[in-house]
Design a binder for this molecule. Structure first.
Ligand code: CA
Length: 399
């Protein structure tokens, strides 16, 4: 503004209209330059890394002895289903009694971060009793994330069928993503990883590494997905350029998909995921590689989306929910995220799609938090990620 004012003040001194025109053109060019520079320098808001609040929440152990529990789903008639990463699905009743492993679970690739991962109930569960599982599936070429569904009977899943497979299967045990989130229209999202050694594939629309996909209950692609009519693009792709998305939830009022993605060192991201958009990995990212090497081209690029918020240092996100209950006063509409490292419950107070404030809780547990779910009574259920993992019920501490 100072430069502009200076020029405006000096203009009357010159009589030359040609000079004025040149100057005006120069000014326009300057403003355009500034605008473009501002766009490519766009910085997402960074977490201030607040200190954890101690003693505000109370955690009760509901069940223990679960080996690396990964996903949890509440059953409408009470109790819940919980996955264990080595490949077991169990029923846990509301008093915490843990069943024997249920039958009908597909064979999983239980190596590295792979295994049996998320569990979600069909939105029509009361009628169809269908349970959806995401998992690392072994096969030709290595392994890949897949989704199976089966009908919940007394002893386990019946007529289990693999309905969707990430392609291609590749080697390695990392970055499977794999939260399952249903939309109100009965289709669902599966969040994926780029399988770690294949990060450039996150930009390749002919494969489903590093993508979020939207599929129907039978695994097929809905006709209104963004890349259905594009040659050499997979029709199930909803968004691309993702690294490893392990937290996802639908906003209860807007229906918007929100995710939290594992970034590199200093690059965990909260994203508001829009159909057809490119979220940048591995071309742009905050932070650096874990080797401290620079990532791609920087933090911003035209045509690539900025996160809504990012964490440096990272929180290593796991599950997330939009809180809709009444047990925690003032928490309605907040995003709650599990952190594996340093091991926390992260609370984001949101307004109009923006993070207004971050708070952190339960650092005193010193546990890796693998999932966060809201129980029917408004309490929060967390999974701890160890060989002797627990289900925790979290409520406000009595004062
Ligand atoms: Ca990104």
């Amino acid at each position: 503004m100072t430069a502009q004012q200076n020029i405006v003040i000096r203009l009357p001194i010159s009589d030359s209209s040609a000079f004025r025109q040149k100057l005006a053109a120069l000014l326009v060019a300057c403003f355009m330059c500034t605008a473009v520079a501002a766009q490519s320098d766009a910085q997402a808001p960074r977490s201030p890394t607040p200190q954890a609040i101690k003693g505000a929440l109370h955690a009760d152990t509901i069940a223990k002895g679960l080996e690396h529990p990964w996903g949890l789903a509440f059953l409408p008639q009470g109790g819940m289903l919980v996955t264990e990463r080595p490949g077991r699905l169990r029923r846990v009743d509301k008093d915490g009694r843990v069943s024997e492993p249920l039958s009908g679970v597909p064979e999983v690739f239980a190596r590295g971060q792979g295994g049996l991962l998320d569990v979600a109930l069909s939105p029509a569960f009361a009628q169809d009793r269908l349970v959806y599982l995401s998992f690392a599936e072994p096969g030709e070429g290595g392994a890949g994330t897949a989704v199976a569904r089966g009908r919940l009977g007394e002893a386990g899943l019946e007529n289990t069928l693999v309905i969707w497979r990430q392609q291609p299967k590749v080697g390695g045990g990392n970055h499977w993503g794999s939260r399952i989130v249903f939309r109100a229209d009965g289709t669902f999202f599966v969040t994926l990883g780029e399988r770690f050694d294949y990060s450039e594939k996150a930009q390749d629309l002919s494969v489903t590494l590093g993508k979020i996909v939207r599929i129907r209950s039978d695994g097929s692609a809905p006709k209104d997905n963004p890349f259905v009519d594009r040659d050499r693009a997979r029709p199930e792709i909803w968004s691309y350029g993702h690294r490893n998305v392990q937290a996802a939830a639908i906003h209860p009022e807007t229906g918007q998909l929100w995710t939290v993605e594992h970034g590199a060192r200093g690059g965990d991201e909260l994203n508001r995921v829009q159909p057809g958009k490119n979220y940048g990995w591995p071309v742009i990212s905050y932070g650096v590689h874990y080797s401290f090497a620079k990532i791609g081209e920087g933090t911003a690029k035209p045509g690539m989306e900025q996160p809504a918020y990012y964490w440096d240092p990272v929180i290593a996100p796991s599950g997330m929910v939009f809180y809709t209950g009444g047990a925690f006063s003032g928490w309605k509409g907040n995003i709650l995220i599990g952190s594996l490292t340093p091991g926390l419950l992260v609370r984001l107070i949101m307004n109009d799609g923006k993070v207004m404030k971050e708070e952190r809780y339960l650092a005193e547990l010193r546990e890796r938090i693998r999932d966060v779910r809201q129980a029917p009574d408004g309490s929060l259920y967390l999974l701890t990620d160890t060989r002797n993992g627990r289900i925790l019920r979290v409520t406000p501490a009595r004062r």
